[in-house]
Design a protein around this ligand. Structure first.
Ligand code: ATP
Length: 936
């Protein structure tokens, strides 16, 4: 294959761009399907090999060497060798194995969920293949592909440029140099240069800072420079989140408490009831197991992963699990306007010329409608200035409109909607796009950038305009474009632009903007007369071209707010989350839209422009941020300052962005949100979350999920701590009575609860859906801890005491039925076993009530449907099933100290959850009432 022969980068760099095609065995129209297939077989997929992670075996083993697992191994060994109950040892080992398997499968389920998400995050490249432009997955690129790159793209393979427009590339990923470098297609002499210095090559792993270009792929996958030097580590899912780290710490702290309790019980067992050392050790082990929150970490990971999956369905792709927590505590969302709060479906509805205003009818991108002046239809072919403004606007655009087809019944846009609607308006005015283009061949483009807020294109005219053969058309934000103009075209004549005219242009602009409309100014410059321009057009810069221009008029377009946004904004208001609009658009347009969707409520909110922002001190900015404020006409890099100041005020900030210059703000924010449709690769890479529908409402739903995850982990903690008290009290009763009360709950029974019956309902709590009230309270304070006093008091002193009383009640109840003396129990015969089975059963049934109780914080659990969580329901069925097996299968009677129960006993047990749920419902009712009163 030629490819191998000529793929030496230095040879390619020295060729004329036309010769590059031949050298790489390709052509301008791209590769054919067979050639792609051939090259795929030869070079494989364009993927960087990922470093191998932990092997499944190691992952598996980890679950059997955790602190608790080791304790159980030791405990089992002691019981097996040193007590007269070796079967107890075997049982402890068995429980340990089952528990290890359970957490292993839980963890692998979570990692499968994150793997699925990784796939969704794949990126695309634009190529020419088989003579047509198409979008493909970057991993499908092969050497010889004709690759098109533009601002914000992440370059996916090494490639040799064949054309460029003001192309600048950031190579910091490869060279560490963070300033962008210029690149073009001109041949070079590669001697003494390292390949990164070749001005006509672009490299995988680097990004396009500005401009655009077309290049032929030279190397892919591990053959690229990036592949050679980089050990790409994808962080998704690998890194422990702050929450997980917190939990690690928490687990350790609780383990220390658990071991201290264990030591206390061990000593008490020896001193108070004179148990042999081995027996006392096994006994205290029960306490330790009861207190260690086993299953906590995998449950947290799983509930995060499941929330992330739910968010993906709601159009929010979270790149790291840790972002979910930050989302939950978000207190400010800084949002763009165009496309995020609005539909980004532009329709031109007015054209303004200095002496005449036109209306444009029709909606959307279908070229159905017309241009009217005072109600009369106008053909632009009969109106020179109208024709000029519409054709200049259409020519200074890159978007294409695709007519309806089988897949899509509507007209659709390829490219920027702001540009697409301009072509549609021209068609409505009777102009034919192909005809306009053929009369004005495009020579060069000075691409749009949101700091300049305009773009220009240079054309060769076949029919000169007032003698101009080479012309530059510019379109952009009115203020930024009018500032470039020195003259104005009025009824076909070019006259100097005076102050009065400038004022009247801006007045017209303001009038449209107040209605929430978006306005672009259109201008041109005769370049045939321009002096001091460089010879090579590749050296034209915006500064050289965009000056001394002729103002033509304004094109006005509507971009209606997204329908669902007003409700999402209202939700944020209830949830005490502030929304700050930061837009590149004009202040009055921004204000009008902000008012319409409810972001600002005041009549005269403060609007700060980019220029004002630049002059403000941090103190005055902070002051402004404490009130309703809109940022308009700002450059994306100014977002960074707003984010920093909001964070310094103690906020957790989410910020949206789509362009290259948004990257610093996206990185700095607690949650960087990139647009999936309009966003560049650079923005997506810097962000923590990607909105696949670019829709603001999706952020709000993600915040809701984020809050719910945190709640769920707390619900889980509450539930597992619940049973601790009722597990500890029976042993305490045994010890404190110096053995007078025979042990009401044996170690195997504690293990059966902690490592058996409690597991599935606990996991179920991790999957609870957001409570309906989750967005009716303020964001969680930044430094709030997961395990707080409220949970501990609720678990130990409220549920714990209720459940302990019931459990001990159940134990003594058996005694009461069979006479009055403890002697009945102490003989460790049938009655004793029945009594301990009742303690076990009562704790299990109280935990059933506790599972329901833990599902809501203050709401009645009945209001969300008592049985609406399937996993909890299944867990309850499993619990009861396990209890039946332990009580009725003789094999377990000896091991678990159990015995069959009587009918009346079952009735007792089934009634247990009633006081547990009833008392908690009463408490919740009281809290709700109190809150309502306080709110009133
Ligand atoms: P937001 O920042 O809310 O997304 P935006 O699209 O108005 O809104 P930018 O993309 O930064 O923000 O654009 C800034 C301004 O530049 C716009 O308000 C508009 O006046 C002008 N503009 C936008 N797109 C183009 C374009 N393709 N060509 C020329 N000018 C444009």
């Amino acid at each position: 294959m030629n490819n191998a022969k000529n793929s030496d980068q230095s040879t390619l760099a020295s060729l004329q761009s036309d010769d590059v095609f031949e050298a790489l065995d390709t052509r301008k129209g791209g590769l054919s399907a067979e050639e792609i297939q051939e090259k795929r077989e030869m070079f494989g997929f364009n993927k960087i090999d990922e470093p191998e992670g932990e092997s499944v075996f190691i992952q598996f083993i980890r679950h059997f060497i955790s602190l608790m697992a080791v304790l159980l191994w030791v405990g089992g060994t002691v019981a097996f060798f040193f007590t007269d109950t070796p079967q107890l040892g075997i049982a402890i080992w068995l429980v340990n194995v089952i528990n290890g398997l359970f957490s292993f499968f839980q963890e692998s389920k979570a990692s499968k969920a994150t793997d699925a998400l990784k796939k969704m995050l794949s990126s695309y490249a634009r190529v020419v293949r088989n003579n047509s432009e198409q979008q493909i997955l970057t991993e499908e690129l092969v050497p010889g592909d004709v690759l098109m790159v533009e601002e914000g793209d992440k370059i996916a393979a090494d490639a040799r440029l064949i054309s460029s427009n003001d192309l600048q590339v950031n190579q910091s990923a490869l060279t560490g140099e963070s300033n962008p470098v210029r690149r073009n297609e001109l041949p070079i002499s590669p001697e003494d240069l390292s390949s990164f210095e070749y001005k006509n090559m672009i490299f995988a792993g680097t990004t396009v800072s500005s401009g655009s270009g077309t290049a032929v792929v030279t190397k892919t996958a591990m053959n690229t420079e990036f592949g050679k030097i980089a050990k790409l580590t994808q962080s998704l899912g690998d890194e422990k989140s702050p929450l997980q780290k917190d939990l690690d710490k928490l687990t350790k702290q609780i383990s220390i408490i658990a071991i201290s309790v264990g030591v206390l019980f061990f000593l008490a067992a020896i001193l108070f009831v004179e148990q042999p050392v081995a027996q006392a050790f096994v006994f205290s082990l029960g306490m330790i197991v009861a207190f260690i929150p086993e299953g906590l970490l995998p449950t947290v990971t799983l509930s995060l992963a499941m929330a992330v999956q739910r968010m993906a369905k709601e159009h929010a792709l979270v790149k790291k699990l840790s972002s979910v927590e930050a989302l939950g505590s978000t207190s400010v969302i800084c949002s763009d306007k165009t496309g995020t709060l609005t539909q980004n479906e532009m329709t031109v509805n007015h054209v303004w010329l200095p002496t005449q205003e036109f209306e444009v009818t029709g909606l959307g991108y279908a070229p159905e409608g017309e241009i009217q002046a005072d109600g009369t239809s106008i053909d632009a072919n009969n109106h020179a200035d109208l024709k000029l403004i519409l054709s200049a606007a259409a020519l200074c655009s890159n978007a294409r409109i695709l007519p309806p087809n089988e897949e899509n019944p509507r007209y659709t846009v390829l490219g920027d909607p702001t540009e697409a609607c301009l072509g549609v308006a021209a068609e409505k005015a009777g102009l034919v796009p192909e005809a306009i283009e053929s009369q004005a061949m495009r020579l060069r483009e000075l691409p749009f950038d949101s700091t300049r807020k305009r773009m220009s294109t240079i054309h060769q005219l076949t029919k000169p305009l007032d003698g101009a053969k080479k012309i530059a058309y510019a379109k952009g934000a009115p203020k930024e474009t009018v500032d470039l103009c020195t003259t104005i075209r009025v009824d076909g004549k070019v006259i100097p632009l005076d102050e009065e005219q400038r004022i009247s242009i801006m007045e017209a602009n303001d009038q449209y903007a107040r209605q929430g409309l978006r306005v672009l100014a259109i201008a041109y410059r005769d370049l045939s007369k321009a002096e001091n321009l460089p010879r090579a057009m590749s050296e034209y810069t915006p500064e050289l071209i965009e000056q001394d221009m002729v103002f033509i008029g304004l094109v006005v377009m509507a971009d209606p707010p997204r329908e669902e946004v007003a409700a999402a904004v209202e939700k944020c208001r209830e949830a005490d989350i502030r929304i700050i609009m930061i837009t590149g658009d004009y202040g009055l347009t921004a204000e009008s839209i902000a008012k319409r969707i409810g972001i600002v409520k005041g009549e005269h909110p403060r609007v700060i422009t980019g220029t004002e922002l630049e002059k403000m001190t941090d103190e005055s900015l902070k002051e402004a941020l404490s009130d309703e404020v809109i940022f308009a006409r700002v450059a994306p890099d100014q977002k960074y300052r707003v984010v920093v100041n909001l964070q310094e005020l103690g906020n957790v900030v989410a910020v949206t962005g789509d362009g290259v210059n948004d990257a610093p703000a996206l990185k700095k924010a607690d949650i960087g949100v990139a647009m999936g449709i309009t966003g560049t690769d650079v923005a997506k890479e810097s962000a923590d979350m990607i909105l696949t529908d670019d829709n603001f409402s999706s952020i709000v739903r993600a915040v809701e999920e984020g809050r719910a995850v945190y709640d769920n982990i707390q619900k889980f903690l509450l539930y597992i701590f619940n049973s601790n008290m009722s597990e500890a009290v029976p042993s305490a009763a045994f010890l404190l009575s110096r053995g007078m009360i025979p042990l009401p709950l044996t170690i195997m029974q504690i293990l059966a609860i902690d490592l058996g019956t409690d597991l599935i309902p606990a996991l179920g709590l991790g999957t609870e859906l957001p409570e309906p009230t989750v967005m009716q309270r303020p964001p969680r304070p930044k430094h709030a801890t997961l395990l707080n006093r409220k949970i501990l008091i609720k678990a130990f002193l409220w549920y714990g005491i209720i459940a302990s009383a019931i459990a001990m009640g159940a134990y003594f109840y058996v005694n009461l039925i069979h006479g009055n003396a403890f002697a009945n129990l102490a003989d460790s015969g049938l009655i004793y076993r029945q009594a301990t089975t009742m303690t076990l059963g009562a704790i299990i049934f109280c935990q059933i009530g506790a599972a329901f109780n833990s599902r809501t914080e203050t709401q009645s659990v009945f209001s969300i449907g008592l049985f609406s969580n399937k996993l909890i329901n299944n867990g309850i069925i499993f619990e009861v099933f396990l209890l039946i097996i332990l009580a009725y299968v003789p094999l377990f009677h000896g091991l678990f100290n159990t015995a069959p129960l009587a009918m009346l006993d079952w009735i007792f047990l089934i009634l247990c959850p009633i006081p547990v749920v009833g008392l908690e419902e009463a408490r919740k009712y009281y809290i709700r009432h109190k809150n309502k009163k306080e709110a009133a």
